[in-house]
Design a protein around this ligand. Sequence first.
Ligand code: FES
Ligand SMILES: [Fe+2]
Length: 352
Amino acid sequence: MFPKNTWYVACTPDELEQQPLGRQICGEHMVFFRGPQGEVAAVENYCPHRGAPLSLGRVVDGQLVCGYHGLVMGCDGKTVEMPGQRVRGFPANKNYRAVERYGFIWVWPGDQALADPALIPHLEWAVSDQWAYGGGLFHINCDYRLMIDNLMDLTHETYVHASSIGQKEIDEIAPVTSVVGDEVVTTRHMENIMAPPFWRMALRGNNLADDVPVDRWQICRFTPPSHVLIEVGVAHAGQGGYEADASCKASSIVVDFITPETETSIWYFWGMARNFNPADAELTASIREGQGKIFSEDLEMLEQQQRNLLRHPERQLLKLNIDAGGVQSRKILERLIAAEAAGGGALIASSH
Ligand code: FES
Ligand SMILES: [Fe+2]
């Protein structure tokens, strides 16, 4: 169950460079390509001739040419021509509103009449040259809500990510969860601790000592449908922690856009935006590599957790204090899904 009348990240521009991209999003089989002016387009990944996936074709002059018998389709889903045929009576393909913004391609899988680009959340870090961003994409066989749970409760870092960002102080300090409108925030502050290896690397990347005590914070923000942006960082201890001056901390935003593929699989766009040494491309690359390794540690856990849940659908799960962020996020999603089912549109406002 997922809201469909909302914007999801579908792909990144590099994925469209060579050929059309077939991708299933919220159960809809889509193909993404660039039109005559370079604008991004998305239509059903289905050739009206014999049902071949159009993603196996190629793009010629901004039109999609089916790889089977050469039917040519425009960005609007209408057949333009086909060798030796009159195409006027060919049924049109569904087309999906797609928008390129902030280095991502966003798509609206639900009612196309409601697709309003103004509802795409504003991402300051993506437009400001004070910030640098590096990220990647994983395909994971799990319900998108399991990934939301994972990101809204970072207690698991101690166990899943023991060698990089985990440390025992995480479990010793309970997170605090609050809900404001459609946003859920789970916060944890740890004071006067030693930084774990990933954060030592980040401190060095900001020309700061890495062998002194630090204050560390994690502020996880969920906004519908499935965006989790996490402010994370460390500051030399006693300098104000989260509020400390930029000269004595290394902080960043962990970026997570979780796009359901099916009920039990996702496209997971992960990354990190930082506002220290933004011009240092080598630092961006090493943070990206470190983060990619850390995030890959969650994959097996989530996929096997999903399999267990499918094996035991009747079993109730515990809801502990540490689970509050995920539980509250699910409540908001349930409300939006119910509103959508009742015909309410479930328009999701941009609140980042
Ligand atoms: S199936 Fe696409 S042209 Fe025949
Ligand atoms: Fe994790």
